[in-house]
Design a protein around this ligand. Structure first.
Ligand SMILES: Cc1cc2nc3c(=O)[nH]c(=O)nc-3n(C[C@H](O)[C@H](O)[C@H](O)COP(=O)(O)O)c2cc1C
Length: 162
């Protein structure tokens, strides 16, 4: 066991918090009808009644301010065989939806072939350090596939035990 009592640096935050495995999503929205989005692991459910979820976009995200301006978003939960999609949406700039099968909803783009999609209106946005905490009010839920999830653990996709 290693106990740290010192100023916590970003690298250490990344390394140690990486031990907490998560799924991977694409948080997506529209900017003037144009589909936009970014890969996001900081997604979780918050409340059942009312139905609330959250995610945390970095202040450096180029996509998030454009989604925020629209007032709503869609969270697309990725399957184990969608790592390339996650990598595409983890890159800033360009048309990330080019060649992708998706359809429009009242909240944001729903990517075809993901595990599930959660459609939300933005309820609250709290600044927290170098990220925002975004609370979404869930308006519609869709499941598409019953396959395994794409996981992110210790900075890698899938499970690595090293
Ligand atoms: C697995 C994975 C999870 C990520 N989770 C987040 C996240 O929770 N919040 C965030 O702001 N960026 C997250 N990112 C990084 C963004 O996807 C990346 O910075 C992206 O380029 C942002 O695109 P944008 O500038 O178009 O918004 C994650 C990246 C990966 C690969």
């Amino acid at each position: 066991m290693t106990v740290a009592e010192h100023r916590v640096e970003a690298d250490e935050m990344r390394r140690v918090l990486g031990h907490f495995a998560t799924g991977v999503t694409i948080v997506a929205g529209f900017d003037d009808g144009v589909p936009i989005g970014f890969a996001c692991q900081s997604f979780t459910s918050v409340s059942l009644d009312p139905p609330l979820v959250l995610f945390c976009p970095a202040h450096t995200s180029r996509t998030w301010p454009r989604i925020q301006a629209s007032g709503s978003f869609s969270v697309n939960v990725l399957a184990a065989d969608q790592m390339e999609l996650a990598k595409r949406f983890a890159t800033s700039g360009g048309d990330k939806f080019s060649g992708l099968d998706w359809h429009a909803t009242s909240w944001g783009p729903s990517v075809d072939g993901v595990l599930a999609t959660v459609h939300c209106d933005i309820e609250q946005v709290h600044a927290a350090g170098d990220h925002d905490v975004v609370i979404g009010h869930v308006r519609e839920l869709v499941t598409q596939r019953a396959d395994g999830p794409l996981l992110f653990f210790k900075g890698q996709f899938g499970i690595s035990w090293d």
